[in-house]
Each structure stands twice: as structure tokens, then as C-alpha cells.
Design a protein around this ligand. Structure first.
Ligand code: ATP
Length: 754
């Protein structure tokens, strides 16, 4: 690591741009009082991030800008740039062969920092420099009159200086950063935990809602499955049953119409009398014929009696004829009159319809005949042969006449008997027909009521079916409302009529009841809301996110704590070993400068009071600083005391040392620290001012030795010191009050210094 150059422009007395090159291990800057040498050291301090204006001998930022002179106008800004060689990447984070750190200040007090031309924050510069053990305590830049700064500092400040000199600042800084991060992490953990706690009841509520919604979904799925089966079966059942009823009812209905028609016909025939009437007609006929026959028989009886009498008379006449021959004769007129009378009587008989009248006529007839006979018995008119023969003849005629009449009657009766037979047969036939008809009638009526029952049953079935169809439609509607269009998927279900027919209807009823039960449960559960689901998902996601964040935070806390433990351990170990090494060097340098004696650093017990810390840190230091970063631990760390014992003197403790002795002690310690952990450069502004000649020599020797490890920039009036410099710069200030830099030779140096 080498310091290459320093460029000043408008900084304090450097009204014009000046550049210092540091091409030698030791560069000395010489010049008369007030020419601007210390301004160079301050330019270093400033460009490296110094915040204390006091240590820059100013009150405000503006004081650092060239304020003009009688010959040169004042400037609006001051800038300083320091260039480091980075060929071997001491600045590991910057991949350039050179690193230029620059700082600019404007009259309004604003500062601008740049690294290799890019604007950066102050903390970036501090971080970068911490990497090369350069920090705010400024042990590597000893300003004029501040050689014994480390002696004046308190134990804690001293410790910080030593830590910085030992290159532990970077760890301190990292530790501070880690602590800050830890603080933030813990704050975040608390915040996240509190947010999570707030979420818990809401999440619980949402979870319950979601469980309910899930249950509803499950039930709906179950319902859909049930519906798929139920609706298809019902549809198949209804469609086929309807078809079958229609088919079944057509036959019986037609048959019923036919049977009804037949019955109606029969009934109307029945009303018209039917077979019975015919039978009555026939029976009447029969009765008439029987009356006729009875009359005929009476007539026949009469005729038979008349015949008997005639036969008696005939016998008598024949005897008479034999006996009386020639016998009494009956005049013709008498006979004719009798015949006419008889004829008349017979005519009456023939006409008579009643048996009585026939009897009466027969009596008259008998009387007439008796009269006639009596008449001729009394008359003495017995006869001769003629009259007896005549009478016989007449009786014979009469007899044959009656016989033929009887024959007529017999014939007539025979006819009537035949007719009666026919009528009776007819009646029997008619009665048989009537019986058959009646039987058929009752059969038809039975058939009709059978058919009516059948049709009624089927129509009732049809009505039931219509109700079932209505129910089906309603169920389908409800299913649609509950499940949505997907319910129609039931149609794709492949269930055959056979399957439905072969199943008991009550199984389907059971399905419906099951569906009803689920519907009721769904109703009880209320309506699902996708809003709740969305919210639940969001809250769960948020909670998971927070949980993950907590996990991450806990992990980073763990890792921060472990990093911090590591850092603390490292700092402690390195600090302790550093102190040991510094003490060795301190003792060496001290005894060289004082020709004996002893000096050492002593670690004190930890001091817990924070307010003991009063590091002279910048008023402008608003961003993170080392002091802040380590403040917390500092109070717990042991401070560092300096013990000195001068040779041949009973002086112990810093307070009793003379000014020169203080300067020597300071130099011994400063050089010891630089020896143990050489800084890249060391700027010493008239640290050698108080040295006498002998000590100047020793000092110069030490410088030479130190320059093997660190670049040295020495502002000096001391000839011995100048003699060890590889490059000498002379600072002059002319009438224009502007500091100028010129490279000079050693021979010229003494001249310049005056
Ligand atoms: P010595 O050897 O006495 O310590 P020096 O060479 O170290 O002196 P400095 O202290 O660096 O001198 O320079 C101080 C000079 O810088 C003074 O002359 C002062 O007027 C000048 N100076 C300081 N600030 C400004 C400024 N803002 N503008 C112009 N000149 C300034």
C-alpha cells in the first residue's frame, strides 16, 4: 500500500491547485511559520473523513475554503484528493489499480465525497479506510502540538486508539454494524410477533368459517353424487312407467267401451220386455188353445150324449120297424118341423161359447124330442109302414150327421194339440235363451267392473306418476340451485330401465330421504362465501409469510449473535496479544529515548459508566461512526493505563513528567504502536519540535526504521529529521497569501525552513 499523491485545490491557504507526490518512504515538508504546512496535514485529515472542525482549526465548513487575498479572489469550494496505489488490492472492494478518495466542501457547508469519481457517503469512506486500519482516532496523523494526545486521553479513549492502531477497528465496526442489525432484527421480531398475535383471533375465526365451507363443499359433492344416481333413476322410472301405463291402459279402456256398449244394448232390450214378453205371448196363446180344447171337449161330450140318445132311438126305431110293420106313420110335415127344430138347436150349440149355454140348448133339445115322442104316442095315428120307415131314416141321418160333427171336433182338437206342443217347445227354447242371456249379462257386468277397476287403478297410477313428475321437476330445480349446472351431469349416468325396474321402489325413496337430510344440513349451515375463502387464504398466506419472516429473523439473529461472539473473541484475543507486543516495543523505544527506565500499558478493570466516554468526535458526525458502533461494549471493556518509570528518577505516573518527557513518552508509545501494526502512512506534524539534539538523532533513527513499514510524511523544522527524507517539499507564501509547494533539495531545505 502506497500513498501516491495529494492534491489540494482551494483548501485553506492553497488558493491554487497544488500536488504533492509521495514517491519516497519519507517525505518532509518544510517552510516558514504560517506558510501553510499544517494545512497539508489537515488536508489529509479532512479528506480521510475528519468531522471535527475544531481539530481542523475552523468553526464552520466555509472556513476550509480559500478566503481570498488582496490579489486573489475567494473561492466557492475547496477540494482535496488523495491517491493510493491499489495494484495489490489492499482495498479489496475496489477493483482498480488506483483508489482516489476526494472530498469537496462548498460555502453552504455541504460536503461531497467521492471514491474514484463516484459520489459516495461518508460511511463508505470510513468503511473503506477501516480496511487499512485508518480511523477517526487519528493515531496516524499527529497534528502540531498533539504529540502527547495519547497521554492526555483517558483510559477508554486510549483503548480505542490502540484498537485502531492494532487494526481492530474493522472488527469493531463490523461488530457495531452487527449490533445495529441485531437491534433492528429484534425490533422486527417484536413487530412481526405482535402482528402475528393480532392475526390469531381473526385467523381462528376464518379457519372455522373455512371448515364450514369445506364441510358444505363436501356435502355438496356428496349431494351431487347422490343426485347423479337418484335423478337418473327417477327420470328413467318416470319415462318408462308413463309409457307402460299408457300401453297398459289402452287395451282395457277399449275393452271397457265395448263391454259397456254391449251392456247398454242388453239393457235397452231388457226394457223392451225381452224374452219374457215373448214367453208371456206364447203362454197366452197356450192358454187360449187349452180353452178352445176344453170347449171342444164339452161339445164333443154333448155330441156323444146326443149320439147315445140317437143310437138308442135308432135301436128303438129299428125295433119299431120290425114290430110295427107297417107301423104308425109320422106325417112329413111333423118330421120336417122336428128336424128344423133340431137343426136350430144344434146351430145354437155350435155358436155357444159357454158350457152352460150348451147344456141349456141340450135340455131344450131333449124337451123338444120328448114332446115330439109324447105327441105321437098319444095320437092314434099309429101308423102304417111308411111313417116308421121315415122316422128311422131321419134318425139315421141325424146320427151320421152328429158322427161327422164329432169327427170334425176331434180333428180340430188334434190341430190345437199340435199347436200347443209347438208353443211349449217355443217357450222352453225362449226360457233357455233368456237364461243364457241373463248369464251373459251378469258375466258382462262382472267383466265391466273388473275392467273399470283395472282402468281406474291405471289412471290412479297415472295421476300418482304426474305428481311424481312434478316432484322430479321441483327436485331438479332445487338441485340446480344448490349445485349449479353440474347437476345436469346426471343425464350422462348410464342406468337402464331393467336396472330401475328390478329394484324396489323404496330403495329410491331411501335415496330421496338421504338427499333431503343433506339438504337440511346444508340449509342449517348457511351460504358459503368465496370472500371468506379469499380472505382466509390471504390471512393464512400472510401468517405463513410472517412465520417465515420470524424464522428468517431468528436465523439472522442467531447468525448475528454468532458473528458478534466471533468478533468479540477475535478483538479480545488480538487486543490482548497486541498489547503484549506494543509493551515490548514501548519498553524498547522508551529505554532508547530515556536511556533506561520502564514503560508499559496496563489493562484496567472494566468501567461501566458510559459517560466516561468523551471521545472528541465530530459535531457533524451524523452517520454511523466507530464511536457509536462500539459505545455499548466500551463501557464494559477494560481501559488502558500507561505506567512509566524514568531512569534514576523516582517519578511514576504521567502527571509528573516534563513537557519534553511527555513528548518522548508519546513518541515511544506512538512508534511502538506503529511498529506492531504499521499504518500505511504516518503524518507527523512537528512531533520532533521539543527534541534536543541527542534525542533528534534518536528520533531520526527511529523514523528511518519505521519507514521500512510505513510511509512517513513529516512536517518539520528539524534538520536531523529533514536529513532522513527522500523527498522534500518547501511551502512558501508570497505576497498573494497563497501557499505554494515546490520540490527542493536537502541543501535548500534549511533555507526554506527559516
Ligand atoms: P507554523 O510553522 O507556524 O506552524 P504553518 O506553516 O504550519 O506554520 P499553517 O498553520 O499551515 O502554517 O498556515 C496557516 C496559514 O493559513 C495562515 O497564514 C492562515 O492565514 C492561512 N489560512 C488559514 N485558513 C485560510 C483560508 N480559509 N484562506 C486563506 N488562508 C487561510
Amino acid at each position: 500500500m502506497t500513498l501516491k499523491k495529494l492534491e489540494l485545490s482551494g483548501f485553506k491557504s492553497f488558493g491554487r491547485k497544488e500536488t504533492l507526490f509521495f514517491d519516497a518512504p519519507v517525505v518532509a515538508i518544510v517552510g516558514p511559520n504560517g506558510s501553510g504546512k499544517s494545512n497539508v496535514a489537515e488536508a489529509f485529515r479532512w479528506v480521510l473523513g475528519e468531522q471535527s472542525l475544531k481539530s481542523l482549526r475552523g468553526k464552520k465548513g466555509e472556513d476550509l475554503i480559500f478566503n481570498g487575498s488582496s490579489q486573489l479572489g475567494r473561492l466557492s469550494r475547496a477540494s482535496v484528493a488523495v491517491t493510493f496505489d491499489n495494484a495489490n488490492r489492499h482495498f479489496a472492494s475496489i477493483d482498480f489499480d488506483e483508489v482516489v478518495i476526494s472530498r469537496e466542501v462548498f460555502r453552504d457547508g455541504t460536503n461531497e465525497y467521492k471514491i474514484n469519481g463516484s459520489t459516495v457517503r461518508l460511511r463508505d469512506i470510513i468503511e473503506l479506510l477501516a480496511g487499512i486500519s485508518i480511523g477517526a482516532s487519528g493515531h496516524h496523523i499527529i497534528s502540531q502540538g498533539e504529540a502527547d494526545k495519547i497521554l492526555n486521553a483517558n483510559n477508554i479513549e486510549r483503548r480505542l486508539m490502540i484498537e485502531e492502531a492494532l487494526g481492530l477497528k474493522i472488527y469493531q465496526w463490523k461488530l457495531g454494524e452487527s449490533e445495529k442489525k441485531l437491534g433492528k432484527t429484534e425490533e422486527n421480531i417484536k413487530q412481526v410477533e405482535s402482528i402475528r398475535r393480532e392475526i390469531v383471533p381473526h385467523l381462528k375465526f376464518l379457519k372455522k368459517q373455512v371448515e364450514k365451507i369445506e364441510k358444505v363443499r363436501e356435502l355438496k359433492l356428496e349431494l351431487q353424487t347422490l343426485y347423479r344416481d337418484y335423478l337418473k333413476r327417477e327420470e328413467v322410472y318416470l319415462s318408462f312407467t308413463k309409457e307402460n301405463i299408457v300401453k297398459e291402459v289402452t287395451g282395457p279402456q277399449a275393452l271397457l267401451a265395448d263391454v259397456s256398449r254391449q251392456l247398454a244394448e242388453r239393457e235397452s232390450r231388457q226394457q223392451a220386455g225381452g224374452h219374457q214378453a215373448e214367453i208371456v205371448v206364447e203362454e197366452n196363446k197356450l192358454r187360449e188353445l187349452e180353452t178352445k180344447i176344453r170347449t171342444l171337449r164339452l161339445q164333443k161330450d154333448d155330441l156323444a150324449r146326443a149320439l147315445g140318445r140317437l143310437e138308442g132311438l135308432l135301436e128303438f126305431r129299428e125295433k119299431e120297424v120290425k114290430k110295427v110293420e107297417p107301423g104308425a106313420k109320422i106325417p112329413f110335415a111333423e118330421a120336417k118341423r122336428l128336424v128344423e127344430e133340431l137343426d136350430e138347436r144344434f146351430a145354437e150349440i155350435e155358436k155357444a161359447t159357454e158350457l152352460e149355454s150348451v147344456k141349456r140348448v141340450a135340455n131344450n133339445l131333449r124337451a123338444s124330442l120328448n114332446d115330439f115322442l109324447t105327441n105321437y104316442e098319444n095320437k092314434d095315428n099309429h101308423p102304417g109302414e111308411v111313417r116308421v120307415n121315415d122316422d128311422l131314416e131321419k134318425v139315421r141321418e141325424e146320427h151320421s150327421k152328429l158322427q161327422s160333427q164329432v169327427q170334425e171336433l176331434d180333428k180340430e182338437e188334434g190341430n190345437h194339440q199340435t199347436e200347443i206342443g209347438d208353443i211349449k217347445e217355443n217357450i222352453v227354447r225362449l226360457m233357455q235363451t233368456a237364461q243364457t242371456a241373463e248369464h251373459d249379462f251378469y258375466e258382462l257386468r262382472a267383466k265391466k267392473s273388473d275392467l273399470e277397476l283395472k282402468v281406474r287403478t291405471l289412471l290412479a297410477k297415472k295421476e300418482t306418476l304426474a305428481i311424481e313428475e312434478e316432484n322430479f321437476k321441483r327436485e331438479l330445480g332445487e338441485a340446480g340451485t344448490l349445485i349449479g349446472r353440474e347437476v345436469l351431469e346426471y343425464q350422462a349416468n348410464d342406468i337402464s330401465w331393467e336396472e330401475v325396474r328390478n329394484e324396489e321402489r323404496n330403495i329410491q325413496e331411501d335415496r330421496r330421504r338421504k338427499i333431503e337430510r343433506i339438504k337440511i344440513r346444508l340449509e342449517d349451515m348457511g351460504v358459503e362465501s368465496s370472500e371468506v375463502l379469499k380472505e382466509h387464504d390471504e390471512v393464512v398466506e400472510r401468517d405463513a409469510f410472517l412465520a417465515k419472516e420470524l424464522e428468517d429473523l431468528a436465523l439472522s439473529r442467531e447468525s448475528l449473535l454468532s458473528v458478534m461472539t466471533d468478533l468479540r473473541g477475535k478483538i479480545e484475543v488480538e487486543f490482548n496479544s497486541g498489547i503484549t507486543k506494543i509493551n515490548q516495543e514501548f519498553q524498547k523505544f522508551f529505554s532508547v529515548l530515556f536511556g533506561g527506565g520502564s514503560a508499559n500499558l496496563e489493562l484496567l478493570k472494566p468501567i461501566k459508566k458510559k459517560d466516561e466516554l468523551s471521545l472528541e468526535m465530530g459535531d457533524e458526525m451524523d452517520e454511523s461512526s466507530f464511536a457509536e458502533a462500539t459505545e455499548d461494549d466500551t463501557s464494559l471493556k477494560p481501559g488502558v493505563e500507561i505506567n512509566v518509570s524514568l531512569p534514576r528518577k523516582k517519578i511514576k505516573g504521567l502527571a509528573m513528567l516534563s513537557g519534553g518527557e511527555r513528548a518522548l513518552t508519546s513518541i515511544a508509545l506512538l512508534f511502538a504502536m506503529s511498529q506492531v501494526n504499521p499504518p500505511p502512512f504516518l503524518i507527523l506534524d512537528e512531533t520532533d519540535a521539543a527534541l534536543d539534539e541527542a534525542n533528534s538523532k534518536k528520533y531520526a533513527d527511529m523514523i528511518e526504521n519505521l519507514s521500512k513499514y510505513s510511509q512517513l510524511i513529516l512536517i518539520t523544522h528539524n534538520r536531523e529529521t529533514m536529513s532522513r527524507a527522500g523527498i522534500l517539499y518547501g511551502v512558501t507564501m508570497g505576497a498573494d497569501s497563497v501557499s505554494r509547494l515546490i520540490s527542493i533539495k536537502f541543501d535548500e531545505a534549511e533555507q526554506y525552513a527559516k
